[in-house]
Design a protein around this ligand. Sequence first.
Ligand SMILES: *[C@@H]1O[C@H](CO)[C@@H](O)[C@H](O)[C@H]1NC(C)=O
Length: 295
Amino acid sequence: MRRADMAAGLNSCIFFFLALIFLQCFCGSRAREIADRHGMQMQQTKDSNNYIQNQLNGMLGKHEKDLAVNVFFNEEDLKLGNKIPIYFPIKGPSAKPPLLSREQADSIPFSSSKLPYLLQLFSFSKDSPQANAMADTLSHCEFKPGKGEIKFCATSLESMLDSALNVFGSKTPFKVLTTNHLKDQTTSILQNYTIQDEPKVISSSKMVACHTMSYPYAVYYCHSQESDTKLFKVLLLGENGNKVDAMAICHMDTSDWDPNHVAFCVLKSVPGRSSPVCHFFPADHLVWVASTSAL
Ligand SMILES: *[C@@H]1O[C@H](CO)[C@@H](O)[C@H](O)[C@H]1NC(C)=O
């Protein structure tokens, strides 16, 4: 993928959730509650999959919080011809956080200890939602990785590429996969999508998923877990005719997950070994895989 294409692909929307209408009430208030509990609990949890809740914290408007969206589904839903309601967030150029070059990013401190300075730099008051989202992103990036987990935050494409190179090693070719909207889409809508092809399993000896975080500029939270995951490529057709070549992942063992994770609310399940959580990737999130894996 060319750098310019990648930058354009990377730089789109932030949101990660969609509302299943029938769950909106319950999950909406639940999500708000979670979003309101900044800081402490986030830092205590060992579950790195809580990056998702960071995005809720970054949803500033009441409407967006109420939308309390999700892209979660059960593995058995992933079948040819099946219909799944999905919200793929699309953000206009003015709402996208800017992607910095490595030089620019490296000139700005990226540390919780520098938060007061950073708030001044970006002109956010101490208790603003933006300040909370920034604090939250920094603390996520500063968690120590769990056992068997690799994690890093990247503030530029260059640093993400370098870190990915470290994970795969110089001898393993690797590539990046994203969700692609095959037709230009200008608005985000919640709609049913029909699975057009048999979902393809992408097997890769290693895999690093990178998620956008709420921050004044583009920050990616990247992680790779030893725990059992299945990566899929799924061709979807929306009711409005939009086609999406989507990436999806199933976390097969969620026994380490925070029981308060919004996914369990949406899927009406609890953490466990036989309680997978699957989700689609929004267009600006990335998955790095060994490029020997078949597509
Ligand atoms: C999706 O389809 C189901 C069943 O046909 C329907 O009940 C539901 O309202 C639809 N959801 C959306 C978001 O259109």
